[in-house]
Design a protein around this ligand. Structure first.
Ligand code: PLP
Length: 442
């Protein structure tokens, strides 16, 4: 949608809301739809090609408004998470479908998804151990629980451990910044010998620093064998898995208990929208279910009603799936794939520009839209270059440390980025580099 159409559609939406408010007395107070009413009314998967805005808005009136408030909000979310899961070719076990044990929920952030997974895993292991040894107290188990993640994982994983009150250990990553089986196994064996209880592993697909990928095909089977919950954090990279050529990066997801990524990062859905799937929703509900009288349904819970308050930390929730519905239909799967492909291609363009300049080196494999690079030379030199780049205020780069190296990160993010922007950015960096090196010499 270009800016002209956006202005027009935005104004139409204001009219729609105003008409709704003016006519509110004529609307039904309580929806008369039955649980499960929405799924048969919409297609089973996202359209390949874009739908028109008119069609989507007509469907809002026809499909959403009769299930006003909660039923529509919940049911559209379940179906959108199935649509998205199918786009990623997630194993069926993660989809809700009509009678599946799994399903998706929209959380606010990847941090929340990791925390929710950790808390569910904690409850599960405590119940399992108490069932086996009824004398064991929760406290005695909790103090022995250990979670694991790689040394490249996002800090939100460490925070989940802090909030969840369990030990978290970091596994040294390999030369490609990936968590491998051997390193995990080594720490596990040591911990088990000391009487600790390994229960939770977070694998990252697309790490924040350099977009590296933990080796799921190695780590997954260990988690299954050791009865540890495997959560996958693909906050950024997950969007790319809708493209067949990147789907292999998700191989091994079948070993996971939960999987999460942020469509708000790279799939054109506005903030916030963090998509989380679990194979067994009973594991989440088991951890978080409380049913005070004021939250009981009029409908007796026949098992047909999904109650997302048991899948998350907050009680109240937004109608975030509407954003997904609009974006998936406005772009179609092909439009979304084209968006991802363009960014990856631009990242490779930038990479080849960097490689042509012998003053620079590429510091990690470029797989998606992130290029890690640095000037050959000291960390101080690179810190000075970053300082010049960011204080010139034409582009903004965020650095990272890869092992002991200070590294610059060029991330392709914007919906409207073009090759010319990337080329201009690189020319700017080259010019500042020349100035810096001259100043160093003088
Ligand atoms: N995990 C990874 C790999 C990330 O890159 C990030 C943020 O950049 C996060 C988690 C945290 O995401 P959120 O802000 O959704 O909690």
């Amino acid at each position: 949608m270009n800016s002209g159409e956006f202005r027009r559609r935005g104004k139409e939406m204001v009219d729609y809301v105003a008409d709704y408010l003016e006519g509110i007395e004529g609307r039904q107070v309580y929806p008369d739809v039955e649980p499960g009413y929405l799924r048969p009314l919409i297609p089973a998967s996202a359209p390949e090609e874009p739908d028109t805005f008119e069609d989507i808005l007509n469907d809002v009136e026809k499909i959403i408004m009769p299930g006003a408030a909660s039923p529509a909000c919940t049911e559209l979310e379940t179906v959108m998470m199935d649509w998205l899961g199918k786009m990623l070719k997630l194993p069926d076990a993660f989809l809700a479908g009509q009678a599946g044990e799994g399903g998706g929920v929209i959380q606010g952030s990847a941090s929340e998804a990791t925390l929710v997974a950790l808390l569910a895993a904690r409850t599960k292991v405590v119940s399992r151990l108490q069932a086996a040894s009824p004398g064991l107290t929760q406290g005695a188990i909790m103090e022995k629980l250990v979670a694991y993640t790689s040394d490249q994982a996002h800090s939100s994983v460490e925070r989940a451990g802090l909030i969840g009150g369990v030990k978290l250990k970091t596994i040294p990553s390999d030369g490609k910044f990936a968590m491998r089986a051997s390193a995990l196994q080594e720490v596990l064996e040591r911990d088990k010998a000391e009487g600790l209880i390994p229960f939770f592993v977070v694998a990252t697909l697309g790490t924040t620093s350099c977009c590296s990928f933990d080796n799921l095909l190695e780590v997954g089977p260990i988690c299954n064998k050791e009865d540890m919950w495997l959560h996958i954090d693909a906050a950024y990279a997950g969007s790319s898995f809708i493209c067949p050529e990147f789907r292999h990066l998700l191989n091994g997801v079948e070993f996971a208990d939960s999987f999460n990524f942020n469509p708000h990062k790279w799939l054109l859905v506005n903030f916030d929208c963090s998509a989380m799937w679990v194979k067994k929703r009973a594991d989440l509900i088991g951890a978080f279910k409380l049913d005070p009288l004021y939250l009981k349904h009029n409908h007796q819970d026949s098992g047909l009603i999904t109650d997302y308050r048991h899948w998350q930390l907050p009680l109240g929730r937004r109608f975030r799936s509407l954003k997904m519905w609009f974006v998936f239909r406005m772009y179609g799967v092909r439009g979304l794939q084209a968006h991802i492909r363009k960014h990856v291609q631009l990242a490779h363009e930038f990479e080849s520009l960097v490689r042509q300049d012998p003053r620079f080196e590429i510091c990690a494999e470029v797989t998606l839209g992130l290029v890690c690079f640095r000037l050959k030379g000291s960390n101080k030199l690179n810190e000075d270059l970053l300082e010049r780049i960011n204080s010139a205020r034409k582009i903004h780069l965020v650095p990272c440390h890869l092992r002991d190296k200070f590294v610059l990160r060029f991330a392709i993010c914007s919906r409207s980025v073009e090759l010319a922007h990337v080329q201009r950015g690189w020319e700017h960096i080259r010019q500042l580099t020349t100035d810096l090196l001259r100043a160093e010499r003088d």
